[in-house]
Each structure stands twice: as C-alpha cells, then as structure tokens.
Design a protein around this ligand. Structure first.
Ligand SMILES: [Zn+2]
Ligand SMILES: [Zn+2]
Length: 305
C-alpha cells in the first residue's frame, strides 16, 4: 500500500540527523516544532538525570528470584529497586511541575506536584510495571487527567529504566525472540533496519533496550504469515521510514533505516520525530496494543538513609 506524500510531515531530515549529539537533536526539534517545546523541556529534564547516582544505586546487582511463568521473563521481573525516597520525591514532583507547561489536560499537574498525597515511589512503581489501573487510581486521587498522568509517569520511569538496562548489560539474554523488551517488558517503540544489511532490531523507548526478536514476524502476536503482514510506505524511492502492519492483530510498528544503533537516549526523540507515521497508521485503522507485552512485577521501595 502506498501513502501519498502529503501523509508525511517531512519537516526534518530522516535518520542521518539522528546521529548528532542529544543536545543538538533537542535544539533542532525545538526549532522545527515550536509546539513541541514544553514536551521537549520535559524530556530534557528527565534525560538530564540519566546516570545520576540516585538511579544507579537503586539497581539491584543480582537477578531476582522469580516464579516460573509461561512466558520468558524480562530482567525486571521480580526486581526490588531500593531508592532514596527524598531524591525520588523531588524528581517526580519536578517532572510534574515542568509538565504543567504543556497546558490543557496537563495543567492540573501543577497542583499535583505540591499535593502531599503524591507518593513518588508508588508512581514510579506503577509506571515501571505499566500498571494502567494503578495509574488511573492515582489520577483520581490527585485530580489529574488519566492520560496526562500516563504520559508523565512514562517520562518519570525512564531514568531508572535506563539505569537498569545499563547496569544489566552483561546479563541481557542472548537470542531473545520475544516481541517485548528483554529488560522492561514493553512493546518495541520502533524497529531499526540497521546498516547496509538492513538487519532488523527492535528498540524500547522506555529503557533503551535493543534486541532482535523473532525475525520479521509481528512482535505483538507472533504472526509470521507473510500474507497477513504488510507495510505502509511513502512514495519516495529510497524511503527510510515505514510502518509495518499486521492483519492478524491489527497492530503496527514504525520502522526506520539507520546506519548504526540509535543511541538509547535518543529513542524518545526519534519516536516523537516520526509521529507522522503514527498518525498515518491510525488513519489506516492500525493501533498499538493496549496491554503491555509483559507486565513485570517489579517493586520500588525506599532505601534506608
Ligand atoms: Zn525496555
Ligand atoms: Zn500481529
């Protein structure tokens, strides 16, 4: 299926610009998309804390002991993350406060940032678990829009998730064939067709995870029937961005051609910069799965001072 050129907002060059340093990317996107600035400011605050001892010290050294499940467990399954509660509290309230400048449904986050009922560890835990019901309960309790809290809590979780992925690099399972992230259990944010060989890698925008998955099948339902798999592409001869679709589950995945691996901390920006693909996929009736790939039973608890 071909999409017409107007289906794509070609406001910035494709992947070559994505290899520039993070700050340059942020500046470029802010210049090209003034309407994204509040959101970019939010990402900038969160990513500015990547590598902070607050997060690094919270990552447990050894693997968790987990009950066997029918599905292979990501590394975060059963993990207990012990974090400085004061540092976590300051960070979560800061993110809420910055997010308010998005206006609209995000405006009530300003009051929530100062709300004594806000439990930063519980929000972090719900976000890491991709616990939509838990987050909805917090939205009610803090009088904020559930959708706004979902978006903000996803940002809140990224520094801790990136710390886990980085610390557990040597424990990453080889040959992970599941569609969900081997670190955090999320569905891939996008696929990369990497290098001259166009080798396919799945990437997680939450933790920066990078895995091969199971060949070219659908990561969401494992459908490998090529008659049911398709793609939506632009009309340029050397299209570097496309949408992979699955007729079996109705899911879609963005796919971009890259020279090498997209830096882990740039995935969120690439996700944002390819939003035109999401819009095109939705217009064609494809959706992302509502349920997470694997709901990790991780816990976030306060470390004693
Ligand atoms: Zn992940
Ligand atoms: Zn599928």
């Amino acid at each position: 299926m071909q999409l017409s050129r107007r289906d794509f907002l070609r406001s910035s060059p494709p992947t070559p610009a994505m290899s520039a340093p993070m700050a340059t990317r942020l500046a470029d996107l802010a210049r090209d998309h003034p309407e994204w600035r509040p959101w970019l400011a939010l990402l900038s605050v969160a990513q500015g804390t990547f590598g902070d001892p607050l997060w690094l010290r919270a990552v447990p050294d050894g693997p968790a002991t987990v009950e066997p499940e029918p599905l292979p467990a990501p590394l975060l399954e059963g993990a207990v993350l012990m974090i400085d509660p004061d540092g976590a509290d300051r960070f979560v309230r800061q993110i809420f406060d910055v997010a308010k400048s998005n206006g609209g449904s995000a405006a009530p986050l300003e009051a929530a940032a100062g709300d004594a009922r806000l439990d930063a560890l519980a929000i972090l835990e719900a976000a890491i678990r991709q616990d939509g019901r838990g987050l909805n309960r917090w939205a009610t309790s803090l009088a904020v829009e559930p959708s706004a809290l979902r978006v903000v809590s996803a940002v809140v979780a990224t520094p801790l998730l990136h710390a886990c992925r980085g610390a557990w690099h040597d424990r990453l399972p080889h040959g992970w064939t599941q569609g969900y992230c081997p670190v955090c259990g999320a569905w891939p944010t996008l696929a990369e067709a990497r290098g001259v060989e166009q080798s396919r890698h799945l990437r997680c925008g939450r933790c920066g995870g990078d895995w091969r998955g199971d060949g070219l099948g659908c990561p969401f339902c494992a459908n490998a029937d090529h008659a049911m798999l398709g793609s939506l592409v632009g009309d340029e001869p050397r299209e570097s961005r496309k949408i992979e679709t699955c007729g079996a589950c109705g899911g879609y995945l963005k796919s971009i051609a890259t020279l090498g691996a997209t830096p882990a901390d740039a995935l969120t920006l690439v996700d944002l910069d390819t939003v035109e693909l999401d819009i095109a996929a939705l217009e064609h009736g494809y959706v992302r799965p509502e349920e997470p790939g694997y709901r990790v039973r991780a816990r976030v608890v306060g470390a004693s001072q």
